[in-house]
Design a protein around this ligand. Structure first.
Ligand SMILES: [Zn+2]
Length: 388
């Protein structure tokens, strides 16, 4: 354990060129800067801001909500909301009810939930009178998937969970005949995760599993491109990023959720799940030199919720802190001895580029993707992030 936690440490932040507007820097492999030193992800933010102008946010929200209600008439639910017990998904569910929508909450239990997350989900769905559909992964199978991504030595080792949730939401929407999936992402508060930090698609998922995993995935239907196209163009399922249409201030949201739903903060972005905690606070910063706080802080700078100076001070005040007991717990739960883990941990980092992905196909289809985004059949961020 000592070797694991002490042998790789942060390089000082000053070693990297940093964006002149946010705090993303050259630890992001795919970053570029314009002549003013403003980064790719600030440009993506501005483009998203242009497409979702604050001035028409209220009117846009009313239009979207009216459409969801109209399309969902005579159905038991008019939208699906994925819930993790974390701030963003809980607030999405809360807002959906405030706006008079009739959501079905869907939770994917990957076997790593913290007690706080479970209790947050239960309280929120009870108090908001929302039905909850939970998909519980087969533990041995899911553990195998997580081990496969860790053995593959890629920074996308949270993909088994993220992609399972994505797949389960679409599958549930298709099965229930629901046309809208509301998700808690917002470019204004969460930012856009750099593609070299987080990449996911069905082909990548399957290739890593084939090379480093075992057996067949049965807990959920892994979404491949044909099924996504079927859901988008035949079943006409749309993703709506609800939080991009509301005034979202993290501190105020925490107060509202605590007051109205008894929601409890779990400490750290996306730390509602113990694997994510292990992954984001230990593995990413120490093995891959990735500090995910930079994405969120950069988003908050761009949306005027904190200053760049305060964000830099926060990053420099402490390297990502991690709880040693969470690391040892995670390794043991994944079924590895410390010696086995050491070997995997010290493998050279790789990326999605070393595996089969849909990326070449996405680049080839960039024009139809752009049209589908313009027609709001696909989220515009897909084009900006993957195809542009
Ligand atoms: Zn920037």
């Amino acid at each position: 354990m000592e070797a694991t936690t002490n042998s790789l440490t942060f390089r000082p932040l000053t070693d990297y060129r940093r964006c002149s507007r946010c705090v993303l820097d050259t630890t992001v492999a795919d970053i570029w800067f314009d002549a003013q030193g403003v980064c790719k992800y600030c440009h993506i933010h501005d483009e998203m801001d242009r497409l979702h102008p604050q001035e028409t946010m209220q009117a846009d929200l009313e239009r979207i909500v009216a459409k969801i209600k109209k399309d969902g008439r005579h159905k038991p639910y008019d939208c699906i909301v994925g819930v993790s017990g974390g701030r963003d998904s809980t607030y999405t569910l809360y807002m959906a009810r405030k706006l008079g929508l009739r959501p079905l909450a869907v939770h994917f239990d990957n076997g790593w939930n913290s007690d706080i997350a479970v209790s947050n989900i239960r309280k929120a769905t009870d108090l908001l009178r929302v039905d909850l559909h939970t998909v519980v992964a087969d533990w041995e199978e899911f553990k195998g998937l997580q081990r496969a991504f860790l053995k593959a030595s890629v920074p996308d080792a949270d993909i088994p969970t993220d992609y399972a949730i994505y797949s389960v939401l679409y599958e549930t929407a298709a099965k229930e005949g629901v046309g809208y999936i509301l998700n808690g992402h917002s470019f204004r508060t969460e930012g856009t995760s750099p593609i070299s930090w987080t990449y996911m698609d069905g082909r990548y998922f399957k290739d890593v599993h084939k090379k480093f995993g075992t057996g067949v995935v049965r807990s959920f239907k892994v979404m491949m491109m044909p099924y996504l196209l079927y859901c988008s163009f035949v079943k006409r399922i749309r993703e709506v990023r609800l939080l991009e249409y509301v005034d979202y201030n993290k501190k105020k949201v925490d107060e509202v959720l605590a007051r109205d739903l008894g929601w409890v903060y779990y400490g750290g972005h996306h730390h509602e799940n113990l694997y994510t905690k292990f992954f984001q606070s230990f593995l990413l910063p120490n093995k891959f030199n990735i500090d995910k706080r930079k994405t969120e802080l950069s988003a908050l700078i761009r949306s005027g919720q904190i200053t760049r100076e305060d964000a830099i001070a926060e990053l420099e005040a402490s390297a990502y802190e991690y709880d040693r007991s969470v690391v040892t717990y995670a390794i043991s739960k994944l079924g590895w001895t410390l010696e086995e883990w050491e070997t995997i941990y010290h493998r050279a980092p790789r990326s999605h580029k070393d595996f089969k992905t849909y990326l070449p196909l996405i680049k080839l289809l960039r024009l139809p993707i752009w049209v589908a985004c313009k027609l709001r059949m696909l989220p515009h961020i897909l084009y900006l992030k993957y195809a542009s």
